[in-house]
Design a protein around this ligand. Structure first.
Ligand code: COA
Length: 201
């Protein structure tokens, strides 16, 4: 959706992403999202409650006192039909993953969904994979058949390289979402190569 008005001209790449704190929970009164339930999740404190219960960690981005986006991350396992890593001689069909739980941006912004998702991918690669085995980032991409046209978040994740865990699933899906995954290995290896190149300069 095109940006309009309030946040025009804001360079979100220059704004830090912050961990959710109880003070930040107070923000968000003016938050507007293309899917109203994501405003409700925030305003009714669901995200703060789940973070307090260690069910997720939440990061936010704000412009002064206005919440403009949030993303939650939690531990997950990716289950697939195929032996995804057969070429690596790994026969499992279940893999350790980190899940994007909830992701929402103010509808008057542009590019913020990508900024938050790429930040999360980078965070998992740099902070989590060095200390615990995590091969994939997963997401249950929202699919709502009850609006016209159906709301389908999967296109957003596809643009970022995510693939469907069940590529032959019929629409509408059984659940109001389709599980997708991003393989972190190529990204981890690319980062390692970049760091090696920098060291050699
Ligand atoms: C999904 C969401 C986070 C995307 O954030 P966004 O800031 O609008 O996305 P961006 O502006 O960063 O868009 C990046 C690209 O993805 C595209 N895109 C965004 N949503 C898309 C969708 N549902 N299907 C296909 N493409 C989509 C944009 O058009 C843009 O394409 P471009 O680079 O060619 O211009 C946002 O629309 C949102 O908050 N939706 C409601 C909550 C939701 O559905 N969350 C995800 C649940 S799993």
């Amino acid at each position: 959706m095109a940006s309009s008005g309030k946040f025009d001209g804001v360079d979100f790449s220059q704004i830090d992403i912050e961990s959710l704190t109880p003070e930040i929970q107070q923000l968000g009164q003016g938050f507007r999202c293309v899917r109203g339930e994501f405003v409700t999740y925030w305003k009714q404190g669901r995200i703060q409650r789940e973070a307090d219960a260690y069910l997720c960690q939440c990061w936010i981005i704000r412009v002064e006192d206005a919440l403009v986006g949030y993303i939650t991350l939690l531990a997950d396992k990716l289950e697939v039909e195929d032996t995804l890593l057969a070429q690596e001689r790994v026969k499992y069909r279940t893999f350790p993953a980190v899940k994007i739980g909830l992701l929402a941006v103010d509808r008057r912004t542009k590019g913020l969904g990508v900024r938050l998702t790429e930040w999360a991918i980078d965070y998992v690669i740099t902070k989590v994979t060095p200390i615990i085995g995590v091969r994939f980032i997963t997401v249950d991409a929202l699919y709502d058949p009850d609006v016209e046209p159906p709301y389908d978040a999967s296109g957003f994740y596809e643009k970022l390289g995510f693939e469907f865990a069940n590529p032959i699933e019929h629409l509408p899906p059984v659940n109001p979402y389709r599980t997708m995954y991003l393989d972190l290995k190529p990204l981890i290896e690319a980062l390692a190569r970049e760091e090696l190149d920098e060291d050699q300069l």
